[in-house]
Write a protein that binds this ligand. Structure first.
Ligand SMILES: [Zn+2]
Ligand SMILES: [Zn+2]
Length: 147
């Protein structure tokens, strides 16, 4: 009996907490469907994840921050085989996912959605690229300079 609503298999639960590498949402800023980069959510009195309210997520491809409820989690209606040689884990993910992450070796790799559409693939690559440029620019900024 798990106190965590697993949303009908929409994500995996480890030690009473959702495994956010298996939680897929669409980032409202870049529109990319991917597993959460990081997550912030309240806990119940018993120390389990309370997913009945708002959950703050970070978009894995570009670090955008946004708030969702568990209603925004995508159903994992497709299956991928990990692309890393020697891993070969098969795992569930949404058919709409642009990017997926292997729950065993944590390798980020293209999701099912990108196989159908080269322009989409270019777009997602650009989102990553712009983010890395942004991170580099921030690293070169003097201390104390806001933003
Ligand atoms: Zn994003
Ligand atoms: Zn893997």
């Amino acid at each position: 009996m798990s106190p965590v609503d697993d949303g009908g298999g929409r994500f995996d639960v480890v030690d009473g907490r959702p495994d956010f590498d298996t939680v897929y949402t669409r980032c409202p800023t870049c529109g990319v469907v991917a597993a959460a980069g990081s997550a912030d959510y309240p806990l119940t009195a018993g120390g389990d994840a309370d997913l009945s309210g708002e959950i703050r997520l970070t978009c894995a491809p570009a670090g955008h921050r946004y708030t969702v409820t568990s209603a925004a989690f995508f159903a994992r209606d497709a299956v991928r085989t990990c692309a890393r040689p020697g891993c070969g884990t098969t795992f569930a993910c949404p058919a709409e996912a642009d990017e997926v992450v292997c729950p065993t070796c944590r390798l980020y790799q293209p999701g099912p959605f990108l196989h159908a559409d080269d322009r989409r693939r270019d777009y997602v690559r650009r989102v990553h690229h712009d983010y890395l440029d942004d991170v580099r620019a921030r690293l070169h900024r003097p201390y104390g300079d806001p933003q």
